[in-house]
Design a protein around this ligand. Structure first.
Ligand code: PLP
Length: 389
């Protein structure tokens, strides 16, 4: 009997050793040995499916990948040392000099930097369509467009792209569709159902969920993952066995953690809705979100991130952070501990006002990664800090 994906995320397990352990051991080994020269040569020739070297494969990495494939409902994957090494591995595997990448400005800052600062050095073309205007995507397609890269919901603006629409669009033009599913996780959204060819994650976020390790993973169609494998096993961004072991264990609790993050986020949105110190609040499942209907269609719940715009702009935003007593000021998200950040004075401080507006960042925008503390404490801290703004 085939198990359901959430059960597989718990029950998929590396083959037991003779010790009959219940929890998968940590395979802290750089390489794997062979019993004789024949086994070694046949393995290197690809005739035997044995482990060779942990830059290529490792049982802990494979267990983590297999669980991610079950959750995302896809065939194959490769795990990397960080989310950015998954992004970079995907770009470098498929984009050659003269190819074109189509994306939009609402993407994670480091991904934007790779595209805008490094692509020109390698003669890879790119252009950004308007996330809210489907027409602009059509006009940006070129004969050499090889890949579409999107994030939904976006970091930090919580913009949303209609996955059904972009999936059909990529298929019509025969372009590889790569989706960064970091914010939703496969618990809340499964891009492969809408035609995504490749899906990647910063496992550093909700997948670890406790702010301990960096990790990344890309999953999708086997014929594409095979190409990523060849690029990554030779260039070296592979995940460490320890991080893979930890992330695999984390996947066993991803569903219950995410449900509680969503419960707390929904309760926070309710408590802040209409607050006199706020211009607005943004949450994918709040009816005021411009893409509320799309969010409801493609996401199971609204996720653990909430943003709001404090009246008084930049100074109020900084005052809010300085008055928080419990929430942490840190640049991570997706942790058990609630985190507050103010993009306009930190991650996005160098952008012009116009550039900030194009990615839904206002001077008073605050991003809350809603943690697992008692919701009464989360609400109380945020409300008392708002009073002082
Ligand atoms: N993609 C998104 C949406 C992110 O938020 C991040 C990090 O914040 C990354 C990718 C990069 O992941 P990492 O920090 O694990 O390299």
């Amino acid at each position: 009997m085939t198990q359901l994906p959430k059960t597989q995320a718990i029950r998929i397990q590396t083959r037991q050793t003779n010790e009959k352990e219940h929890s998968t051991p940590l395979f802290l080994t750089s390489s794997f040995r062979f019993d004789n020269a024949e086994e070694m040569s046949q393995t290197f020739a690809g005739d035997l499916d044995n482990n060779i070297y942990s830059r290529f494969e490792n049982p802990n990495a494979q267990e983590f990948i297999d669980k991610m494939c079950a959750l995302e409902e896809v065939e194959a994957g490769f795990a990397t040392a960080s989310g950015m090494s998954s992004v970079f591995g995907c770009f470098m595997t498929f984009l050659n000099a003269g190819d074109h990448l189509l994306s939009c400005r609402s993407i994670f800052g480091s991904t934007h930097t790779v595209i805008t600062k490094f692509f020109p050095r390698w003669n890879i073309e790119y252009s950004y369509a308007d996330i809210n205007d489907p027409e602009s995507w059509e006009s940006q397609v070129r004969p050499n467009t090889k890949m579409i890269f999107i994030e939904t919901p976006t970091n930090p603006g919580l913009d949303i792209i209609d996955l059904e629409w972009i999936g059909n669009f990529a298929k019509k033009h025969n372009i590889i569709l790569l989706v960064d599913n970091c914010f939703a996780t496969p618990i809340l959204q499964k891009p492969a159902r809408y035609g995504a060819d490749l899906i990647l994650h910063s496992a550093t976020k909700w997948i670890d969920g406790q702010g301990r390790v960096l990790g990344g993973v890309v999953v999708g169609k086997k014929e594409l993952i095979d190409q990523i494998f060849v690029f990554c096993k030779n260039t070296g961004p592979s995940i460490s066995p320890f991080n893979a072991w930890l992330l695999s264990k984390s996947l066993e609790t991803l569903d219950v953690r995410l449900q509680r993050h969503c419960d707390n986020a929904e309760a926070l949105v309710k408590a802040l809705d209409g607050h006199p110190k706020l211009n607005n609040i943004r949450y994918p499942f709040h009816p005021s979100h411009p893409m509320y209907e799309v969010a409801k269609k493609q996401m199971a719940r609204g996720g653990g991130l909430v943003t709001f715009d404090i009246k008084g702009g930049l100074e109020s935003g900084k005052r809010f952070l300085n008055n928080l007593k419990m929430l942490t000021l840190t640049s991570n998200l997706g942790d058990t501990r609630s985190i507050a950040s103010h993009p306009a004075s930190t991650t996005h401080a160098k952008l012009t006002d116009e550039e900030k507006a194009s990615v839904s960042i206002t001077p008073g925008l605050i991003r809350i990664s809603v943690g697992l503390e008692d919701i009464e404490d989360i609400k109380a801290d945020i409300l008392q800090a708002l009073e002082k703004c």
